[in-house]
Design a protein around this ligand. Structure first.
Ligand SMILES: Nc1nc2c(c(=O)[nH]1)N[C@H]1C(S)=C(S)[C@@H](COP(=O)(O)O)O[C@H]1N2
Ligand SMILES: [Mo]
Length: 406
């Protein structure tokens, strides 16, 4: 079981009990000046999501739950599973490790059988590795294309909370592929999930799956069975998920069931129809399939927060880049006219995020905008505007975070 039944029941109870949920809401918002204090009228769980998704921690968006960014303020570098965003194409299947098996198959394997099975115990007997990595949806920040740039895009209207960092433990995909008999002619591998087939616009696109080039598969990809020292929670891929560090979230296939290994390039709707850049600024058939994530920063403060004038506020946030460790985070409280450095609180690492902090003493009442701008060690810096793409991927522009000073 991903968490003990007792704990799970307790969490459900807590989320369903008006008093307890009220108390939780009060704790969760104690630091964030203006987070709305809600009562427990919201559902304890979203359709298709197993864990509780209370409104202090999550914003529900269809089958998905976005982390309330200000709820990360009192968390460390890792995102606790109880507030890690959930992106489900359909719904979370409740699998059991007893029945689970992984099939590795295809023309990119050597030998006559060309299909090899691993049960859970076999997978656990392979050398274990642990690594911290963020998983971020390619559409994280998508709603900013509209609210900040006035552009229309399709897809889930995430603000900035479709990201989380965790310590993943599992086995190297490389080890599994070699054990299965990887052929030197293999070019692509395609992990596929055991959740329901995804139907959209009346068309069944089949199981969630997306090819990875063999070079990336052999590099740093892991098949994870633990998240932050616990078995994976149901919603995050129990019993085994793929973790593809620094790549867009869709690469990290949950509820892994099989991996096709091919000696010719593979395709799926998730690297043809979706997860490319389409639109006027991009090649006619779309860009190449997206791989790496981008660079962003966010304030751990609700949009529209109210702050008192004449007082010093310690404001916090996070910044991250998939390309290189973070170099600096600068902030502006005057709409971008002047910038100063925020204090970076963590040692920057590639594929992780850093927490940062800055004091602000607002002296004038009225609406204001807080800006944060991250720069990484490869010289990438958040631009003022992200070039539009119709599906709203890879938003990386400096966010103009609205607040009111009273
Ligand atoms: N099998 C399966 N894997 C999946 C998905 C899914 O719906 N089904 N969603 C993908 C997307 S789009 C993202 S952003 C990440 C989200 O991971 P999380 O829900 O653990 O945060 O999982 C990816 N893996
Ligand atoms: Mo995603």
């Amino acid at each position: 079981m991903p968490s003990s039944p007792d704990r799970r029941e307790l969490l459900k109870l807590l989320a369903a009990t008006p008093l307890a949920a009220g108390a939780l809401a009060a704790t969760a918002t104690a630091h964030a000046t203006a987070a709305p204090i809600r009562t427990a009228t919201a559902p304890a769980a979203a359709a298709g999501i197993v864990k509780p998704v209370p409104p202090e921690l999550f914003t529900l968006r269809g089958t998905n739950a976005e982390t309330v960014f200000s709820a990360l303020r009192d968390t460390g570098r890792l995102t606790p599973a109880d507030r890690f965003f959930v992106r489900n194409h359909t719904s979370t299947p409740r699998l059991s490790e007893r029945d689970w098996k992984l099939t590795v198959w295809g023309s990119g394997l050597t030998g006559r059988r060309r299909s090899v099975e691993f049960d859970y115990a076999t997978l656990r007997s392979l050398p274990a590795v642990t690594r911290t990595a963020v998983i971020e949806c390619a559409g994280n920040g998508r709603s900013l294309f509209t609210t900040q740039q006035g552009e229309s895009v399709s897809g889930t209207s995430w603000t900035l909370g479709a990201i989380g960092a965790a310590r993943w433990r599992g086995v190297r995909l490389r080890d599994v592929l070699h054990r299965a008999g990887l052929s030197s002619s293999a070019v692509d591998v395609m992990p596929s999930g055991l959740d329901d087939e995804f139907v959209t616009g009346g068309v069944n696109l089949g199981r969630v799956r997306r090819p990875l080039p063999v070079a990336k598969a052999l590099d740093d990809v892991i098949l994870a069975y633990e998240m932050n020292g616990e078995p994976l929670p149901y919603d995050h891929g129990y019993p085994v998920r793929v973790v593809v560090p620094s790549w867009i979230g869709i690469a990290s296939v949950k509820w892994l069931g099989d991996i096709e290994v091919s000696d010719t390039p593979l395709a799926s709707p998730w690297n043809t129809q979706f997860y490319r850049l389409f639109g006027a600024a991009h090649p006619p058939g779309g860009s190449a399939p997206l791989t790496r994530q981008t660079i962003k920063s966010a304030w751990e403060l609700p949009f529209g927060a109210t702050l008192a004038a004449g007082e010093t506020h310690t404001l916090t946030g996070r910044a991250w880049s998939a390309a290189a460790p973070l170099e600096t985070v600068e902030i502006s409280t005057d709409g971008g006219r002047s910038w100063r450095r925020a204090r970076v609180l963590d040692r920057p690492r590639r594929g992780g995020w850093v927490r940062w902090r800055a004091d602000w003493l607002p002296d004038r009442t009225g609406p204001a905008e807080l800006l944060a701008r991250a720069t990484d060690r490869a010289g990438n810096r958040q631009p003022e505007r992200t070039v539009h793409n119709t599906q709203g991927y890879l938003f990386d522009a400096v966010v103009r975070h609205p607040v009111t000073v009273v």
